[in-house]
Design a protein around this ligand. Structure first.
Ligand code: MOS
Length: 754
């Protein structure tokens, strides 16, 4: 904003504008909607992970009270495959519509669908469907060796990933280096566990299909479903008003959605399908297991000479997902010789998918752990090792960073944590009778823009409406949109109505990759500018307007008022008055952000950066390990809403405690089932696991991303945290754990006895 009489709402703590709706139960999530005549669908889950359906006996289920139909391959009707179009369009991870054949490729694959008048009747019917299988041994082997041709991969984002990276001569530089490190790090399969379960309600009206769905990307979902049902996109509407979080599990459509739509089509009634928690472990995506070999060659002083990052991850028989563990490797540190390669190992598991910080989160766990081990080997402070290897530019692309303040993150983090008091000797630090371990790690995450469109209306009652067909997945997008519109229109936040989560709105970005905030700023600002321009035209041309004889460009708008530029804002007239006098309900404008994602020739390397400093306590008598204190510093450009921003980072750190110490999806080697598919056995960090969390933002605007300089913050907080925790575990216990999660059993070999 120019020289301003108006109080800015950017960069100020704002409570969620949707908060009261959520806590009073007014907010309607997809599964909260109800429609007359609505039926309930429950899928039948395969109880093998590899084989063929031999026989499907639905006779008993069909005769049960309230049952409308049991659908399966022979009677579901046509469901087409979908294909990835241009950009982020038509993407779904499971490359096969449900019921396409009789082959079972993973445990829990849907093999039939029971539809009934009530959920209970549908569940009982689904349980009564008798399925016999020709069963083969499932492959859920945890040791990963690449068995899939990497050239054949079709990644989620098509050509956007830098799949392999190489510079210099990493082999020669490694073999001649005086200091070498060669270790392999393993991360397990992890399952997204948003509190809100996935849900679809499908309603047909002739050839029009409406879906109430939990989606992180309503426009992509529309495209996929339009393809699957052979419809033009305009015939499909997707509505996602509130999302109880997603972490990536709701980014791409899963097979329950076309099943609900097919059932609704066949029966001519609205159909609701809500997944069980168990189903979300089987058929709604998970983070791939990874096995990552990292080789570092360095000088005795700690200068990196060679970096090799060779990773393998598991994938399903069906998905197109690429777990891009090497995302941050090529640019994070200065190193003349580098190679990143990947391989894939097919397993009889459900489709893998993006999970918060896909690729970079497991990748940085491995590379940052290797840096910490190298520091110990060299007896150099791990912060200093990173400072020594700070790059001047992005060495992989040969271009400058738009805004990188990684060293300042390290400095601020070390200072706030008290890092200078660290005694590097294992088990040497004590506090409150406990052994303390201190560890740290750096982090990075891409910062790009997806294309976005928005509309802003200034209305005759003094309110403003901003519309953008993106989603709020619990991260605070409603509030950010309101802040952006309020800032431009010069009204308080309470006067802004936000419309999102609907494909009938201007096309907004996917809620993934931490890109929404960065992407919508230019679109909303341009829309507001255009609405204001329209208002000035109205002011100058409406008979009886106080500005009737003026030219629009002699007028200005600020603080919600129109005034004559030459006279200054003092005699301004509120926009509501001008609209009322003109008998107009509103002045409207639309705007657009262009995508920077996928730009083949960027001028700048755009990323967010940060670091974590962690203290753990270790109580060897009872083998009790706790994360006791975390200081995180994030360089994510301008922070539009620090309150929501801190929540994002704190939530990510909590998830990182889970990643480092608790989370692990295990597959039964006999039947291939994810065996801990519930909250009793799949442990996530809870309040009792969460220590004091300190979050600092650097707040340097990055004008390459948008005029406010705001990058995204949804994912970066989870990057690096597991490496910082495992380093702290080593510092406390002397045990180097290279396979997550760290288990109590791993620590029983600790030499630190008290
Ligand atoms: Mo995030 S994994 O890009 O939803």
């Amino acid at each position: 904003m120019p020289e301003s009489t108006q109080v800015s709402v950017i960069g100020k703590d704002q409570t969620r504008i949707d908060g009261p709706m959520k806590v009073t139960g007014v907010a309607q999530y997809a599964s909260d909607f109800h429609f007359p005549g609505m039926l309930y669908a429950v899928p039948v889950e395969a109880t093998i992970a590899n084989g063929k359906i031999r026989q499907l006996d639905t006779a008993a289920a069909e005769k049960m009270p309230g049952v409308r139909a049991i659908f399966h391959r022979a009677n579901i009707g046509k469901i087409f495959r979908s294909v990835v179009g241009q950009g982020i369009d038509g993407i779904c991870e499971e490359r096969r519509p449900p019921f396409e054949d009789d082959i079972v490729r993973y445990y829990g694959q849907y093999v039939a669908l029971a539809v009934a008048d009530t959920f209970e009747a549908a569940k009982a019917a689904a349980d009564s469907v008798r399925v016999t299988y020709a069963k083969e041994k499932p492959n859920v082997e945890t040791d990963l060796k690449a068995d899939d041709d990497p050239d054949m991969i079709l990644t989620t984002f098509g050509p956007f990933h830098r799949l392999q990276s190489e510079r210099g001569d990493p082999d020669a530089a490694f073999s001649s280096a005086t200091v070498k490190l060669d270790q392999t790090y393993v991360t397990p399969a992890e399952t997204h566990n948003p509190i809100e379960l996935q849900a679809t309600i499908a309603i047909w009206d002739g050839a029009m299909l409406t879906l109430y769905e939990e989606s992180q990307g309503v426009f992509n979902l529309r495209s996929v479903l339009a393809q699957m049902f052979g419809l033009p996109k305009e015939n499909v509407r997707v509505i996602t008003k509130f999302v109880g979080s997603g972490f990536g599990s709701k980014l791409w459509p899963w097979t329950h959605c076309p099943l609900a739509a097919a059932a609704a089509r066949n029966l001519g009634k609205p159909v609701k399908l809500v997944l069980s928690r168990k189903m979300t472990f089987q058929s709604a995506g998970h983070r791939a297991r990874t096995q990552q070999r990292v080789r570092l060659g360095a000088t005795p002083e700690g200068k990196l000479l060679s970096l090799q990052h060779d990773y393998v991850y598991h994938r399903s028989m069906l998905d197109i997902h690429h777990e891009d563990c090497g995302e941050a490797t090529p640019f994070h540190y200065s190193v003349p010789n580098l190679r990143v390669t990947f391989g894939r190992a097919r397993r009889n598991v459900g489709a893998t998918a993006d999970m918060r910080g896909p690729g970079a989160v497991p990748g940085l766990y491995a590379t940052e752990s290797a840096m910490n081990e190298l520091a110990d080997q060299l007896k150099i402070d791990p912060v200093r090792l990173r400072v020594l290897n700070e790059p001047k530019i992005d060495e992989s692309l040969g271009i400058p960073f738009s805004s990188r303040h990684f060293l300042e993150c390290l400095e601020l983090g070390a200072e706030n944590f008290g890092w200078s008091k660290r005694n590097p000797e294992v088990g040497s630090m004590k506090g409150d009778g406990l052994t303390l371990g201190w560890g740290m790690a750096g982090c990075a995450w891409i910062a790009v823009r997806f294309a976005a469109e928005a509309n802003v209306q200034l209305r005759d009652d003094g309110t403003v409406r901003v519309a953008c067909g993106t989603q709020d997945i619990g991260t605070g997008t409603y509030t950010i949109l309101a802040q952006l519109a309020a800032e431009k229109a010069g009204v308080p936040l309470a006067k802004v109505e936000v419309a999102l989560g609907d494909t009938s709105l201007p096309e907004g970005p996917l809620s993934g990759g931490s890109v929404v905030t960065g992407s919508i700023v230019p679109a909303v600002f341009a829309a507001a500018d255009n609405a204001i321009a329209s208002l000035l035209m109205i002011a100058a041309t409406t008979p009886g307007s106080p500005f009737e004889k003026r030219k629009p460009d002699h007028l200005a708008f600020e603080g919600g008022r129109v005034f004559v530029k030459a006279n200054g804002p003092a005699g301004g007239v509120p926009f509501a008055d001008l609209l009322c006098r003109a008998n107009l309900r509103l002045a409207t404008g639309s705007g657009r952000s262009e995508a920077t994602f996928g730009n083949p020739k960027p001028k700048f390397s755009t990323h967010s950066f940060g670091c974590h400093f962690v203290e753990v306590t270790w109580q060897p008598e009872i083998a009790r390990l706790r994360v006791n204190r975390v200081v995180t510093v994030i360089d994510a450009g301008r922070i539009i809403n620090p309150l929501a921003g801190r929540s994002q980072i704190e939530g990510a750190v909590v998830m990182g405690i889970g990643m480092a110490l608790l989370e692990h999806t295990s597959y039964d080697p006999q039947n291939g089932a994810p065996i801990n598919s519930n909250f009793a056995d799949y442990i996530v960090a809870v309040n009792a696991d969460v220590p004091e969390l300190e979050v600092h933002f650097l707040d340097y605007p990055d004008k390459e991303i948008n005029e406010l300089g705001a990058r995204g913050i949804g994912e970066i907080g989870l990057a690096g945290i597991a490496a910082a925790i495992t380093a702290a575990v080593h510092h406390a216990t002397g045990v180097r754990v290279r396979e997550l999660p760290v288990r109590i059993e791993d620590l029983l070999t600790s030499s630190v006895l008290s």
